[in-house]
Design a binder for this molecule. Structure first.
Ligand code: SER
Length: 814
């Protein structure tokens, strides 16, 4: 059965049982606590928790999943993968164990036609009910085993829904391992389908990975996960997931490129590397298609690591040239029909992998040179410090260092290497713990203030000035009872018109005047907690105490200049995507009065023409004076309305949406102009790379853009005055002047050559005959031309000879 038929059989089966198909979520989950989507249930977490009422109580999906926790097993076992498709059926407070079990059995034995005598079942320790139900459908009790938390209790590994589970396993036969059922051997008795009886809730625990069960969910639910690769391997009667039709084209290509046979003849290493290369290439393609880009941390690092492992294993197989583009190409070709995002993003995939592979090649070359030098000098063993520096500074993998040392007959001081690595980890951990400790203590303090006086009422969307009261003053040590002229402290207010830095927009500045004559300059505003604004102030007059009444006034000009930049940023984002494509999504921004910085995904430098196009589109759009509409909605409504949300940003259930005309709609908490044309001109002043696949555009807005133009105009006026023409004619005049200058240079040069030639001719004519030839020996008065002159003389005098010229310059002999 082909994998496309396995998918459609699953969906058909549950479709007939009133399940609605829900599309796979992106591998970048909307749940900010999760690095990558790793189970079909991820997107339904709010439904299980009772936070969201699902559209329909029964759902089914084919979910893209990425898991790298078992990466070491990939390629070594027949069944592990870093990417897989999970088929799942879900019930939200609707059917429960009985249906889930009997349907799973029916689908397996009657539709996928798996041999019922080879199916084994595991249930959670005390789940008698599940065992009864399995026996009811015909599973003999000797093929039902009970397992504990580790195997038969499923949770997300973090606070959230959880429950006991029951798994269906397939006996692949004695050539795969030992007798005794899944409790004994997971390779032979392969887990295929996990049925989770989702009914409990895990809580925060101590945060060290132990999340105790703290209660029950509002309903009893079903969450199942059936691994497509594994089922395909069995139905297609191949040994490993890499040989299924899901991975076969890449699997064959690796063998062709390397000229190695599968299985390899070296007892495992070759076969393992072939499988790893084919398997990882699929994950790489899917991750990039969903918007992950290689980087130094987070999901970008997962991707980078997968790419590097692929390249290293390809080299181990003897493939020297680039591999990733060709391999991910086979993934797109093979799976593009089932997963159209692969086809849509194929160009992006090709570019990202090519750039990353180039970069890694450079790393490897540089590392290899350093390593060769070190090996040349070393007596065994090679020092742990060298291995560590290569790893740490050059990103050069330790495996390669070990290989190279081995071929040179050296060992590596691996203990010293491990100790250095350990020490580095410990240091990083200590530093982050200290930082975290301080930050946590400060947050606790803010939390206590928030609990006592309430959060800040933010009125800055409507006004820039308001009456308020100081509830707390803080210095570095904690809360204080007063601050006087010259002090810098933090102030918490009951109500604040000051925007606190967020979403790239800088915090507001301004003034606080207390009713008893104190004056405080607000130099920055940030968020101590969500909803608690912390104002950094300098006391410039009087003395202030908590409890004082005050008038708060935002520096309105600065705020207006910031709003211009923020609205301009949204329009810039929309126009960049229009010109470059949808992949040019925002990756960061900095919105300041009069200027902005915008980071986005793109793979090559923007040419002047592209920048001009973007700039013109932005300015034309703003000049059309589009209305700016700010509205609120539920998350789902906002997404359905096409609002652009940023990866990694946290949004609550109610979100604020900013529309500028009909081309820009973003989730945003920032402050904006009322109408597009108020943003004024936008002038792009720079474009640069800030990392692989990331570009940055910097621009000036409003009055700053105008001032920039004024400055440029003054320069032009000055140039025109120097050229003595109207500015319009300046380029033409300058071009002609430069041409004349070049012509004059050429003439001068030719005159100089003529003069030198003439001089050389005269010297040659005056040569003295000497035994064996002729001799020119003279002091001349052109010190700069000595060499040119000397080399020209023989042209005017046939036969062998010698030229000796001297000159005097500044009292020295040449
Ligand atoms: N959530 C369970 C799993 O991932 C079943 O879908 O295995």
């Amino acid at each position: 059965m082909r994998s496309s038929d396995i998918r459609s059989t699953f969906l058909g089966f549950f479709g007939e049982r009133d399940h609605r198909v829900v599309p796979s979520s992106s591998l970048i989950p909307s749940d900010p606590t999760l690095l990558l989507a790793n189970a079909g249930m991820n997107q339904f977490k709010p439904c299980f928790l009772g936070e969201t009422v699902p559209e329909h109580p029964r759902a089914m999906s084919v979910q893209k999943c990425a898991r790298t926790s078992d990466i070491e097993n990939v390629g070594r076992t027949t069944r592990h993968a870093t990417f897989f498709e999970m088929l799942g059926n879900f019930s939200f407070g609707d059917y429960f164990k009985a249906e889930a079990i009997s349907w799973a059995w029916e689908l397996f034995t009657r539709h996928y036609n798996l041999d019922r005598d080879r199916l084994w079942v595991t249930v959670y320790l005390d789940d008698d009910e599940a065992e009864q139900l399995w026996r009811g459908v015909g599973v003999p009790s000797e093929r039902i085993q009970r397992l504990g938390m580790e195997d038969n209790y499923w949770s997300m590994g973090m606070p959230g829904p959880c429950g006991p589970s029951s798994e269906l396993h397939y006996d692949r036969g004695p050539s795969f391992g030992r007798d005794g059922g899944p409790a004994v051997d997971g390779e032979r008795y392969q887990e295929l389908w996990n049925l989770v009886f989702m009914q409990n809730l895990r809580g925060e625990g101590t945060g060290k990975g132990d999340y105790p069960v703290v209660g029950t969910l509002p309903h009893r639910n079903i969450d199942t996960g059936l691994g497509l690769d594994r089922l395909a391997a069995i139905l297609q009667d191949v040994e490993t997931v890499c040989e299924t039709d899901l991975l076969a084209p890449g699997f064959r290509l690796v063998q062709e490129m390397s000229g190695r046979e599968y299985p390899g003849r070296d007892g495992g290493d070759t076969s393992t590397s072939i499988r790893i290369v084919a398997e990882h290439a699929r994950s790489v393609a899917f991750l990039i298609a969903d918007g992950v880009l290689p980087s130094r941390d987070g999901r970008g690092y997962v991707l980078r690591r997968l790419m590097r492992r692929t390249i290293l294993h390809a080299r181990r197989l003897g493939i020297d040239g680039p591999v990733l583009a060709a391999l991910t190409g086979t993934v797109v070709g093979n799976l593009g029909e089932a997963w159209p995002e692969l086809t849509r993003e194929s160009e992006l995939i090709r570019r990202v992998v090519t750039a990353e592979e180039d970069g890694f090649e450079r790393t490897l070359r540089q590392g290899s040179r350093i390593l060769e030098t070190a090996i040349g000098r070393a007596t065994s063993p090679l020092s742990g410090r060298t291995a560590f520096d290569l790893h740490d500074t050059y990103g050069f993998p330790i495996d390669l260092t070990l290989d190279a040392a081995r071929s040179a007959g050296l060992t590596v001081d691996e203990d010293a290497f491990a100790a250095l690595l350990d020490e580095q980890r410990r240091q990083a951990h200590r530093a982050s713990r200290d930082r975290k400790g301080e930050a946590a203590a400060r947050r606790d303090l803010y939390r206590r203030i928030g609990a006592e006086y309430g959060l800040t009422e933010f009125v800055g969307y409507e006004t820039t000035t308001t009456e308020t009261r100081l509830v707390a003053l803080l210095d570095d040590t904690g809360t204080v009872q007063s601050a006087r002229e010259g002090d810098q402290v933090e102030v918490i207010l009951t109500r604040s018109p000051f925007y606190a830095e967020a979403g790239g927009q800088v915090g507001d500045t301004g003034t606080l005047r207390t009713s008893d004559g104190g004056v405080l300059q607000v130099v920055d505003t940030r968020r101590g907690l969500d909803g608690l604004h912390v104002h950094t102030v300098r006391v410039t007059e009087g003395e202030v105490r908590p409890g004082a009444e005050a008038e708060a006034t935002v520096d309105a000009d600065r705020r207006a200049a910031t709003a211009r930049s923020h609205s301009a940023t949204h329009v810039l984002h929309a126009m960049l995507r229009r010109v470059l494509g949808d992949h040019a999504a925002q990756r960061g921004s900095r919105v300041e009065p009069g200027r902005l910085r915008f980071d986005f995904a793109h793979f090559s430098a923007l040419g002047r023409a592209e920048l001009d196009t973007v700039q013109t589109l932005v300015n034309d759009y703003l000049l059309d004076d589009p209305g700016v509409r700010v509205w609120e909605a539920g998350r789902a409504e906002a997404e359905a309305a096409g609002a652009v949300a940023l990866f990694g940003e946290k949004y609550g259930d109610r979100v604020r949406i900013v529309d500028i005309g009909d081309a820009s709609r973003e989730l945003c908490g920032g402050t904006h102009v009322g109408h597009g044309s108020q943003a004024g001109p936008v002038h792009i002043v720079g474009e640069s790379s800030i990392g692989t696949g990331l570009r940055r555009v910097e621009a000036l807005t409003g009055a700053d853009a105008l001032r920039h133009h004024d400055h440029r105009r003054a320069l032009l006026t000055e140039l025109a005055a120097l050229l003595d023409v109207h500015p319009d004619q300046a380029p033409d005049r300058l071009r002609r002047r430069l041409e004349t200058l070049a012509q004059t240079r050429r003439e001068l040069e030719s005159l100089r050559r003529d003069r030198l030639d003439e001089h050389a001719r005269r010297l040659a004519a005056a040569a003295e005959p000497v035994p064996g030839g002729w001799l020119v020996a003279r002091v001349v008065d052109s010190p700069d031309d000595l060499r040119a002159l000397a080399t020209r003389v023989p042209a005017h005098r046939p036969g062998d000879g010698a030229v000796v010229l001297g000159a005097e310059t500044g009292g020295r002999a040449l």
